[in-house]
Design a protein around this ligand. Structure first.
Ligand code: HEM
Length: 417
């Protein structure tokens, strides 16, 4: 009953602004629940963590997709996506991780903090300009989307004039990763994925001829040494660059938007952070826990197994419900309370766990922390002025719009709670 409700909910975008009650009902069905459309849904923290760490659960890779025979899996957007690092299985996945190494090590992050700080100021300048001009502005567009695409774009060495196009194509291709994309959404995803591929193929070719002092050029050099086939080397770099834009934008935007949204709903916590900026890193972790961008990721059983006494067959799809796991009361007390002052070390699965643990976690955290640090002091009266609008997406959460404006005076702690 609930699962069929979930299925119809995507049509109307229900449950987007409050997925937590849906998660609760889902967990009430069991830690592992056979789903009516096939496969199993894993809802508890413990079981989600177990699947992500267990190497016998692979990703739904190209071979698996082609066996399904449904457009949702065989459409160009889906097959192209399946060749990205996150969907690879060993040995190719292991090889690509080894060559990439620790992408955002301490030294890189120190260097990037200056760049990201400048980008944060630039985005906040634009937000202020639009609020001054129109009385209010779309935070999700200017900051939520604008900062991550610029941060990854600058890091890779993508011309800034192309950020807007990349943003549109990235959101377009993401429909292919949803649970039940419609034919129209799949068509948008196909076109967007093919555009992204052509764009990065051309950029890789250009940087191969005239290298620069950027990550794309350094990947081209590295892969020319590691991969004997020059065409394959160029193709790997193209896929890594494409995936970096996709992975950096579709996820960090939710972190930045959810932070603004939750602090607006909890002005006492925003006030506290303004006077205790040392609490900002923990606040970012609480946003990642409370409202993770990747609410559902998928794995495939590689042998007959059972999870919490529910049979999982070889080749069966396993939906790892990270959003539900983060609100499991056996994992965290009072899980539906947003609280930036939670005690104890932050634990969550927002960046995944195990072999596919996010390579960009350092950059995502840096963007979230620098944004909060500057935004809270620069705009103490910034408020959300109308209900955010959500895309009807279940797996990768996306706020399409959130209007903000400056209130006539600062709200005092406790007011309006
Ligand atoms: C708040 C920001 C971010 C969040 C919440 C996030 C979340 C995730 C999650 C959950 C996964 C694993 C999915 C799975 O196991 O199925 C992942 C993988 C990945 N992410 Fe992120 N991500 C973020 C930012 C970034 C950024 C900024 C980049 C790159 C610039 C990036 C690059 C990657 C890559 C390359 C992988 C694949 C790793 C692998 O398969 O070995 N991510 N991310």
């Amino acid at each position: 009953m609930l699962l069929s409700k979930l299925r119809s909910a995507r049509k109307f975008g229900e449950g987007q602004s409050n997925p937590w009650s849906v998660y609760e009902q889902l967990r009430a069905c069991g830690d592992v629940v056979p789903s009516p459309w096939g496969g199993v849904m894993v809802t508890s923290y413990e079981a989600c963590s177990q699947v992500l760490r267990d190497r016998t659960y692979g990703t739904p890779d190209l071979e698996w997709r082609l066996q399904q025979g449904e457009p949702r899996w065989t459409a160009p957007a889906s097959t192209l996506f399946s060749r990205m690092i996150m969907l690879l299985n060993p040995p190719e996945h292991t090889r690509q991780r080894r060559v990439l190494g620790n992408t955002f090590d301490r030294q890189t992050l120190t260097h990037l903090s200056t760049v990201v700080g400048e980008l944060v100021d630039e985005r906040l300048d634009e937000l202020e300009r639009r609020m001054h001009q129109d009385g209010e502005a779309d935070y999700a567009e200017i900051v939520g989307d604008g900062l991550p695409v610029a941060a990854v774009g600058r890091w890779l060495g993508v011309p800034s004039a192309d950020f807007e196009l990349l943003r549109t194509w990235t959101h377009g291709q993401a429909w292919s990763q949803e649970l039940f994309p419609t034919p129209a959404q799949l068509a948008v995803a196909d076109e967007s994925a093919l555009n992204l591929k052509a764009y990065f193929e051309a950029l890789v070719l250009e940087r191969t001829k005239s290298p620069g002092d950027d990550v794309l050029s350094s990947w081209i050099r590295e892969w020319a040494e590691v991969e004997k086939d020059p065409e394959e080397a160029a193709s790997i770099v193209q896929r890594l660059a494409t995936f970096s834009i996709m992975a950096g934008l579709e996820t960090t935007s939710n972190l930045l938007n959810a932070a603004m949204w939750q602090l607006d709903r909890h002005p006492d916590q925003a006030d506290w952070l303004r006077y205790h900026p040392e609490g900002i890193p923990a606040a970012v972790e609480e946003v990642l826990r409370y409202d993770p961008a990747v609410a559902i990721t998928t794995r495939v059983g590689s042998r007959s197994d059972s999870l919490s006494d529910v049979a999982v067959g070889k080749g069966q799809l396993v939906y790892v419900c990270i959003g539900s796991a983060h609100h499991d009361p056996r994992f965290i007390s009072d899980p539906d309370r947003f609280d930036v002052r939670r005690s104890g070390p932050a634990r969550h699965l927002a960046f995944g766990q195990g072999a596919h643990f996010c390579l960009g976690a350092g950059l995502g955290r840096l963007e979230g922390q620098l944004l909060l640090r500057r935004m809270l002091t620069r705009f103490p009266t910034l408020r959300v002025v109308s209900e955010p609008i959500w895309e009807p997406r279940v797996a990768f959460r996306r706020m399409a719009s959130m209007r903000v404006g400056l209130a006539p005076r600062a709200r005092f702690a406790g007011e309006g709670l």
